[in-house]
Design a protein around this ligand. Structure first.
Ligand code: FRU
Length: 481
């Protein structure tokens, strides 16, 4: 059906999908006033209304960074996937843009974006519901934009119809260019349910040649590897992915699904990836999944879904669910990825709340959006207790030198814990927002990202027996209210 305006000279015809796009933006604007703001984040990307999961299409195009996300606008639970869209000049301040992809016969699952001159190309997974076992099918689609805002789907879709072994789980393409060729990694599994990552190459993004299985679980790394990414970092290659179905081992792999990486070497001649360091988690908090990276001016940035599958999403009763972590810069030190907050985060410091010592058992109030810098003697125990001024938000951050571990504890046994051996600085940087905590230990060698839900701002208590040096800054808003 084509609806044409009555302009006589040049009739402007709107297709069904164009009309659906206009109606969707009207719907979003109409629903925004219904959102309860109590847990809305001040400097993390969130959906304007409805549900958000994975970061998609994280890229730099025409002078700006773009970030898309898995999006269901009509409810604060997962539903038929759209791609939401924000852009940023600096990876810290974000502008909301119109929804980029709407589902038609296919749901628009995760994928990536590349810039080709003036054109922006998205490659994403078309997830289709079928009437035969296993009742879905996944293939890869392209969409293009000439202005970085309005996207149209390629008429030759799918460009990659099926996995080489016929597995229905074949998703989350991450594309990059090397020399004159495009490469893509895709998440998939073996027919006996072991997660794997596939590598393809293409001259034009449309015809793809299968190259190899880049990595595969030997049985102990889950049944499916979602959202792969593959990139060079400080002379090594990193295979980043989100394995589903890894079993918890002590303090490791305690989230519903995991996110982490394997460091190795790779040769573009032979397409062989040789792992050198076993799988490690990227972040040790409760809420970090489907991380995606992009590179610009020689720097590698990462962002992740700041939430998790199959856990309570406390904000969903407020008309929205899900967020992105702050963007971090990646470097490789020895055998570990270091994640650092961007330098631009310092510009968000609105004013100083505190600069001095917090004595043992002293309490101080902090705004919803606060950066804390904490320095103590790490030869002794450190314990911080954060809670909401008006309730909720209980979280303990601890360091015990006798065990050598940092702990982020949301109470009732909901604990994440990992070894910390500082590689330089021994201070902690803690980013608090209206419903989140991100703890960067030392140089960023250990990071925890966890959602917590305080009401009415934060109250910090120093539960250590030593006094702590504290700097606290109120942070400015960088996302739409
Ligand atoms: C990861 C994931 C992807 C998929 C998307 C669907 O969180 O399961 O594999 O493309 O979410 O929303």
């Amino acid at each position: 059906v084509l609806l044409c305006t009555l302009a006589v000279v040049s009739p402007k015809c709107l297709s069904d999908i164009d009309i659906a796009k206009v109606e969707l933006e009207e719907y979003i604007d109409f629903k925004i006033p219904d959102i309860n703001p109590r847990y809305r984040l001040h400097y993390h990307v969130t959906p304007p209304v409805g549900w958000m999961n994975d970061p998609n299409g994280f890229s730099y195009h025409d002078g700006e960074f773009h970030l898309f996300y898995q999006y269901y606008p009509y409810d604060s639970v997962w539903g038929p996937m759209h791609w939401g869209h924000v852009s940023s000049p600096d990876l810290v301040h974000w502008n909301q843009l119109p929804t980029a992809l709407l589902p038609e016969n296919e749901q628009c699952f995760s994928g990536s974006a590349v810039s080709i001159g003036d054109t922006m190309a998205l490659m994403y997974t078309a997830h289709e519901v079928t009437d035969k076992e296993p009742y879905y099918n996944e293939s890869q689609y392209l969409a293009f934009s000439d202005d970085g805002i309005d996207f149209y789907k390629y008429e030759g879709n799918p460009v990659l119809p099926a996995a080489p072994n016929g597995s229905p789980d074949f998703r989350d393409p991450k594309v990059w260019k090397y020399g004159n060729e495009w490469y893509v990694v895709l998440g998939s599994k073996t027919l006996d349910q072991r997660g794997r990552v596939l590598l393809y190459k293409s001259k034009d993004l449309k015809d793809w040649e299968f190259l190899t299985v880049l990595g595969e679980s030997q049985g102990d790394m889950g049944y499916m590897w979602e959202c792969p990414d593959f990139f060079e970092l400080d002379g090594k290659f990193v295979l980043l992915m989100s394995p589903q179905g890894m079993k918890a081992e002590g303090d490791r792999y305690k989230n519903t699904h995991q996110n982490g990486y394997i460091i190795g070497s790779f040769d573009y001649e032979t397409n062989e990836f040789h792992p050198e360091v076993d799988f490690q988690e990227m972040d040790f908090g409760h809420d970090f999944y489907a991380a995606q990276t992009t590179e610009h001016n020689g720097k590698r940035y990462v962002v992740a879904w700041f939430s998790m599958w199959e856990v309570p999403h406390v904000e969903d009763v407020d008309g929205w669910s899900g967020a992105m972590t702050i963007v971090r810069e990646l470097t490789l030190v020895d055998d570990r990825i270091i994640m650092k907050p961007l330098d631009e985060m310092i510009d968000l410091r609105h004013h100083t709340i505190m600069h001095g010592r917090l004595r043992s058992h002293e309490v101080t109030a902090l705004p919803q959006a606060t950066e804390l810098i904490v320095e103590g003697n790490i030869k002794q125990k450190i314990e911080l207790y954060l809670q909401g001024v008006d309730g909720g938000g209980k979280v303990w951050v601890r360091w015990d030198p006798a065990v050598g571990k940092v702990v982020v504890d949301r109470g009732a046994g909901d604990v994440r814990r990992v070894e910390w051996s500082p590689i330089g600085s021994t201070t902690w940087r803690i980013f608090l927002d209206a419903s989140s905590l991100e703890l960067f230990c030392g140089e960023g060698e250990v990071v925890f990202s966890s959602r917590v839900y305080p009401l009415g701002g934060w109250k910090l208590t120093n539960l250590s027996s030593q006094s702590l040096k504290i700097e606290a800054y109120h942070l400015k808003r960088t996302v739409p209210a």
